[in-house]
Write a protein that binds this ligand. Structure first.
Ligand code: SF4
Length: 394
């Protein structure tokens, strides 16, 4: 527990599946509230390592998110664990990590593990330590719960194949949207050879092998994370890479971690990212992943950033739907997804209702389907008429 506390003296930038990025606006983020709750329940110094994981199939669990070691031979210019920084370091042996996790699990504090690491003796050696922990957990202690393994830069294809046998999710942090930006942020990492390559491997493995050998008989989801705002990368650059990975390499999710300056690092003078920028990036990436938007359909300002004061979906609707409202009784799935206030679940409910032969005639019916009718009203027709914009109260 003391080691876990030391690991969290410096808060990690790792975002990943904790919380549900983009769902709450920045001011309403639940992350810290949930952590407080977790802290009270365990009343021990490891509290900062407990996060809430949204599972691929829905639902959520408390997750221990930690590192195998905080020793690192790399010198990423933003990172508090960089080798040139003078901090107290901690290392868990695989067995120690497993016993620590299982103690927390038995106490009912966590149900899943997300394991990352600083780099020691190269990516291959470090990856072996992570995999040794995962093997112990799955094979000796028969842990059946959620396990997310980080892939180290420089790890081998065989190690990815081993991770697939053990993990529910694997991830590799791209950090930057391209090689030029990465050279400014993490000069020792190689963008294509070390960070992009595992996505290609995963794609090839999924195309040529069958998933029955994978953990639970299905492919682990694959995610990545970017550090946003450290070295001047634009939203357009970040979303171009996200779009490519989503369409070509089956990326499940990109996580955008707003840059926070860390004392004693070369980027300590760079200001912290405005949380709205992070939030808009999530919104835009969801539009591309879950709503069928192409990158070209999003609006960017002269600096190639998303306008921070506008919801990107509303912006698109203002340009395309304000004068050409969509008839909700006739629109197809793709068109309905373009309407602000209607998400994938709302679309499914609406289509189910239509399939039952119901005719929608007034906004109250939309509300009953879980649709934010007030947001949708400027862009829709209901049974041939523009709905009156009345307060939702009535
Ligand atoms: S590899 Fe870079 S980002 Fe990761 S712990 Fe080391 S210095 Fe930090």
């Amino acid at each position: 527990m003391e080691k876990l506390r030391l690991l969290n003296d410096f808060p990690s930038d790792e975002v990943d599946e904790c919380d549900r990025p983009g769902i709450s606006e920045p001011a309403g983020c639940m992350r810290s509230a949930w952590r407080r709750e977790a802290a009270e329940s365990i009343k021990d110094p490891a509290r900062q390592s407990i996060h809430r994981a949204i599972l691929p199939g829905g639902g959520n669990i408390p997750l221990l998110k930690t590192m195998q070691t905080s020793i690192c031979e790399n010198n990423c210019r933003y990172c508090g664990y960089r080798s040139e920084r003078d901090i107290r370091r901690v290392t868990f042996s695989p067995d120690e990590m497993v016993r620590t996790f299982l103690a927390l699990q038995r106490a009912g504090v966590v149900k899943g593990l997300f394991l990352s690491s600083g780099v020691i003796n190269g990516g291959t050696f470090t990856q072996d330590r992570i995999l040794a922990t995962a093997e112990l957990l799955r094979k000796r202690y028969h842990f059946q719960g959620y396990l997310h393994l980080k892939l180290m830069p420089g790890s081998q294809r065989a190690q990815l194949e081993q991770a697939i046998l053990l993990a529910d999710r694997v991830s590799i942090n791209l950090e930057s949207p391209n090689a030029a930006r990465l050279a400014q942020l993490a000069p020792q990492k190689k963008f294509e050879l070390e960070l992009l390559l595992p996505f290609q491997w995963m794609n090839e493995i999924q195309q040529t092998q069958d998933a029955t050998h994978a953990w639970r008989g299905r492919w682990p989801s694959m995610t990545t994370q970017f550090v946003v705002g450290g070295v001047g990368e634009s939203d357009l650059e970040l979303l171009q890479t996200t779009f490519l990975l989503t369409r070509q390499y089956r990326l499940s999710r990109a996580y955008f971690s707003g840059f926070k300056p860390v004392t004693g690092t070369p980027l300590e003078g760079v200001p912290q990212l405005d949380p709205w920028r992070e939030y808009r990036l999530y919104q835009a990436s969801y539009l591309m992943k879950d709503y069928g938007y192409d990158l070209e359909e999003l609006s960017f300002d002269q600096h190639h950033n998303l306008p921070s004061d506008h919801d990107p979906k509303v912006l698109w609707a203002e340009q395309h739907l304000a004068n050409h409202p969509i008839e909700v009784n006739q629109a197809d799935r793709r068109e309905l997804l373009r309407i602000p206030g209607i998400g994938p679940k709302g679309v499914e409910s609406l289509l189910r209702e239509r399939a039952r032969g119901s005719l929608l005639t007034e906004p109250g019916q939309l509300r009953k389907l879980g649709i934010q009718a007030e947001r949708a009203m400027p862009y829709i027709l209901i049974n041939g008429r523009r709905p009156d914009r009345q307060p939702a109260l009535f």
